[in-house]
Design a protein around this ligand. Structure first.
Ligand SMILES: Nc1nc2c(ncn2[C@@H]2O[C@H](COP(=O)(O)OP(=O)(O)OP(=O)(O)O)[C@@H](O)[C@H]2O)c(=O)[nH]1
Ligand SMILES: [Mg+2]
Length: 389
């Protein structure tokens, strides 16, 4: 998400290679785009001198070194100031955000687009972060305010659990009772008498809830433009978000050139190899991209995807594995799942099938061949074989 014309659809297309509209004007995207993006991890099969055959996602690199594990990514319409009151695409846009676990806020670092995505000069992109934060906070606050008077009194009179009652109100935004509890404890919020809260207290609560339940990373895009670097330094000094410099346009070009066999490029790498005789234009475009890769280490797109899934949402990758690593059809490690931190061997069994969980006896770690029990906390890149009754 982000304001119009910052490169959200370009980032999305680079990550998913889906055919979506990219255009140099605001509100090119209206209906959200859904697609599969991938985190990049070291595959497990090479440890056993094999190459995986993923059912979803893919492997790339010498010896099948890198595995790309799918997750759902969404590209939405641009957000402008006043969206929470219906400006721009307004509430429709906000509804599209409800299902997200986290936000990638794409910011145009060039300063060449204003708050509404129109051409501009020397616009300070830091403003966009404040605007988006404000609109998201007002969105959460609006949901609370709509019902607050009656809601607060009912909670008090019927001695309902505050966190459960709030979670119910926000169920469409995937907010859980435990999330609300966490926010209350962390911010030392007194929930004995919510009907007596001031507007400021209500706003603060909405903001804290929004921050915790929709964590955000900044994709600082269009780093190939002249003013981007100076803006990046300013924004880094002003905000304590994870901010990753990005060149989405370059990533898109590299992934498409790789797909068409012009170059060999592994997403996230700082380099690529030319495979064919390229035209002068193609060569010039790739040289320009190489300059940014050399400066930044990568285009930043894959880094954003990995950071949001692993560092912000704390997911782990886990491989279901048989003794020989392959399924009945001879496919090596066909599956790899993303699971939340703290998941156990039993949670993993449930993820495979409820029958497997019901008949769970033990799980075998395919590296050590040791047995682990139901409560074993899975680690990133574990390979487990579940033994059932
Ligand atoms: N220089 C440069 N331009 C970029 C980059 N990424 C995207 N653009 C350009 O920015 C313009 C807008 O890109 P889109 O991907 O359509 O932007 P959007 O945020 O999806 O726009 P809306 O859907 O209208 O909100 C296009 O002209 C892109 O080519 C980049 O990394 N560098
Ligand atoms: Mg778009």
């Amino acid at each position: 998400m982000g304001k119009p014309n910052v490169g959200k659809s370009t980032f999305f297309k680079a990550a998913t290679l889906m055919d979506v509209l990219i255009a140099n004007y605001p509100f090119a995207t209206i209906k959200p785009n859904h697609g599969m993006a991938y985190v990049k991890i070291e595959d497990l099969a090479p440890e056993f001198e094999k190459i995986s055959n993923p059912r979803e996602g893919y492997v790339k690199g010498p010896g099948g070194k890198w595995r790309f594990v799918p997750f759902e990514l969404m590209d939405v319409a641009g957000l402008v100031e006043g969206a929470s009151e219906g400006k721009g695409l307004g509430n429709q846009f906000l509804d599209d955000l409800a299902a997200a676990d986290a936000f990638i806020h794409v910011v145009d670092m060039s300063g060449e687009t204003d708050g509404e995505g129109k051409p501009s000069e020397n616009y300070y992109p830091g403003k966009d972060i404040k605007i988006i934060e404000k609109e998201l906070d007002l969105w959460y606050l609006g949901i609370l305010k709509k019902v607050w008077g009656g809601f607060a009194r009912t909670v008090e009179m019927q001695k309902k659990k505050f966190e459960e009652a709030v979670a119910k109100q926000f169920s469409g935004l995937k907010v859980k009772g435990d999330d609300v509890k966490h926010v209350i404890l962390k911010n030392k919020i007194n929930v004995d008498k919510p009907s007596a809260w001031t507007n400021v207290e209500l706003s603060n609560f909405a903001r804290a809830l929004r921050k915790y339940t929709k964590p955000m990373i900044i994709a600082a895009n269009k780093m190939d433009r002249p003013n981007s670097e100076a803006n990046l330094e300013k924004i880094k000094a002003e905000y304590d978000y994870t901010i990753i410099p990005c060149f989405s346009d370059g990533e898109l070009a590299l992934r498409e050139a790789d797909k068409h066999g012009l170059i060999e490029y592994i997403p996230g790498d700082g380099n690529f190899k030319s495979l064919k005789d390229l035209s002068i234009e193609q060569k010039r475009a790739l040289d320009k991209i190489k300059e940014i890769l050399d400066k930044q280490g990568s285009t930043g797109v894959q880094e954003v995807l990995n950071k949001v899934v692993f560092d912000i949402l704390h997911y782990l990758c886990i491989f279901p594995a048989g003794a020989k690593l392959s399924d009945s059809k001879g496919n090596v490690l066909p599956d790899c799942y993303l699971m939340p931190l703290g998941s156990t061997a039993l949670d993993f069994a449930y993820r495979l099938h409820s029958d497997i969980a019901r008949d769970f006896v033990k799980a075998i770690d395919i590296r050590t061949k040791q047995a682990v029990g139901k409560d074993y906390k899975i680690k990133h890149r574990d390979g487990l074989e579940i033994m059932t009754k």
